[in-house]
Design a protein around this ligand. Structure first.
Ligand SMILES: N[C@@H](CCC(=O)N[C@@H](CS)C(=O)NCC(=O)O)C(=O)O
Length: 220
């Protein structure tokens, strides 16, 4: 079993972190055929996005579905809380990340250049980020992690997205307040960022993504 993708992707980093907290060995490899649009890769995952899990030559796409597979295939150490409602909370935070939060981080990526910036987009993202991170906070249980005192699926999804946001906000100098800098969300961020398994993966992702942002800025 191996994972295809690059750590500069928050979706890849989510799966890498999930495998790590479960203690599952999951080598991260370059996509076959030289990239995610190669015929070899598309045979495994016709969506043409990373990550893809390769299970004995069979491809599985979509980061959260890959995490679900890892949970079913390697149940010994769970990446979800014990109680049904807590498990649902953790999953809900991953869903909120994908359906609501990311939608307001991505537009900022296209507004990095102050000279060409659409301030209306920046202001809308600023408002929506406060609102959508509050959705995640509402779904959280007792802390300091999303649900309880160990990281679970929700932490893997939300923290990698939060790191992407932090890098974009830092590089773009938008003047947007980072919602994870206060209250329950700041307690959560500190816990996940300093966790022995999650912290190093978050840092590796952050560094790789920062490199990607610099490359895009140089191209522009
Ligand atoms: N919903 C997908 C999103 C994956 C995704 O958007 N990956 C990006 C990298 S961050 C990608 O492969 N983009 C290439 C493309 O869209 O062509 C998941 O959860 O795995």
């Amino acid at each position: 079993m191996k994972l295809y993708g690059a750590i500069a992707s928050p979706y890849v980093a989510r799966v890498v972190m999930y495998a790590k907290i479960k203690g599952v060995e999951l080598p991260l490899m370059e996509p076959p055929g030289g990239g995610i649009k190669s015929p070899e890769y598309l045979r495994l995952n016709p969506i043409g996005k990373m990550p893809t899990l390769d299970v004995d030559g069979q491809g599985l796409g979509e980061s959260t579905i890959i995490c679900d597979y890892l949970e079913d295939a390697f149940p010994q150490t769970s990446g979800l809380p014990k109680l049904p409602l807590d498990r649902a909370r953790s999953r809900l935070i991953a869903r909120i990340t994908d359906l609501y939060i990311v939608q307001h981080v991505s537009p900022l990526f296209r507004q990095m250049n102050p000279a060409k910036r659409d301030q209306a987009v920046v202001e809308s993202s600023a408002k929506e980020l406060v609102k959508t991170f509050a959705y995640a906070e509402h779904a959280m249980g007792s802390g300091p992690f999303c649900v309880g005192n160990t990281p679970t699926l929700g932490d893997c999804a939300l923290s990698t997205c939060a790191m992407m946001m932090k890098k974009i906000l830092g590089a773009g100098n938008f003047g947007i307040t980072d919602p994870t800098e206060s209250g329950r969300l700041s307690v959560w961020w500190k816990a996940v960022d300093s966790h022995r398994d999650c912290g190093p993966i978050l840092q590796a992702y952050g560094t790789a993504f920062e490199g990607f942002l610099k490359m895009m800025a140089a191209r522009a």
